[in-house]
Design a binder for this molecule. Structure first.
Ligand code: FES
Length: 250
């Protein structure tokens, strides 16, 4: 059940040239959110009327963690808010991953798509993760974040080969899949990457869920700005997703 509430900023730090980590005091969220859901944040200025959606990366110890990339004036403004200031949130929103603690998941994430997957690793111990990014500075902090969870292992790929294996996650997925007895694949990142991941999962007879990132105006299912085509007709990413069964969307 979603709530509108104020949350105090604990920290708001730059962790790579374009990416920030924001931590908020939001104890109420821990009991009511699940991995894959997202929050809508009001940028604290009259200049910005639309809230910004961010995947929940972690909710533990009363602390909500989100990650954001500087992509425009809203996130630039957000990057300047300081600890102690208050942000107004609507959360939790959307439908998250269908998780079963008995299953063994492989998480496959590209760039900022790793944020919602981090909340899965937090919830299900022993989960493995394939971390993909453009270069070393875009994967370093993810390795640290996933390393703090009780994960079963990870593999890193970078497009330029500056860290881990060179290439896209999709080029290394099949080999990594054969290293363990996975029950399902969960993925989030660029659409082309998720499409490739879904294809490989299908080939290996593994269920796959994908989490979409879309520009959202209302975030509440009222404006249709986030609609996508699925096998079951038009669906709203904010309300019917952001997590979908791969077979429904690809
Ligand atoms: Fe308005 Fe999804 S953002 S319907």
């Amino acid at each position: 059940m979603k709530k509108i509430f104020d949350a105090e900023i604990i920290s708001n730090k730059k962790i790579s040239p374009e990416i920030f980590k924001l931590e908020l005091n939001a104890p109420e969220l821990e009991k009511i959110s699940s991995p894959g859901q997202f929050v809508q944040v009001k940028i604290p200025s009259e200049e910005f009327t639309l809230r910004r959606p961010f995947g929940i990366a972690s909710v533990s110890g009363g602390k909500l963690k989100i990650f954001y990339r500087l992509v425009g004036r809203g996130t630039k403004f957000l990057s300047q808010v300081k600890p102690g200031e208050i942000l107004n949130l609507v959360a939790p929103l959307g439908n998250g991953f269908n998780l079963d603690a008995e299953k063994k998941y492989l998480l496959v994430g590209g760039g900022m798509g790793l944020a919602p997957l981090l909340s899965v690793a937090e919830k299900i111990p022993g989960t493995k993760v394939l971390i993909g990014g453009k270069n070393k500075s875009e994967v370093d902090f993810w390795i640290e974040e996933f390393g703090e969870k009780n994960i079963g292992g990870y593999l890193v790929t970078t497009d330029d080969g500056s860290f881990g294996e060179k290439g896209f996650v999709t080029e290394h997925l099949e080999k990594y899949l054969s290293s363990d007895n996975f029950s399902a694949v969960l993925t989030c990142g660029p659409e082309i990457m998720m499409r490739g991941v879904a294809k490989i999962a299908r080939k290996n007879n593994l269920p796959c869920e994908v989490s979409f990132e879309r520009r959202m105006a209302c975030g509440l299912g009222a404006c249709l700005s986030c609609s996508i085509d699925t096998a079951n007709g038009r669906k709203k990413v904010c309300k019917d997703g952001p997590v979908f069964n791969a077979d429904e969307v690809f």
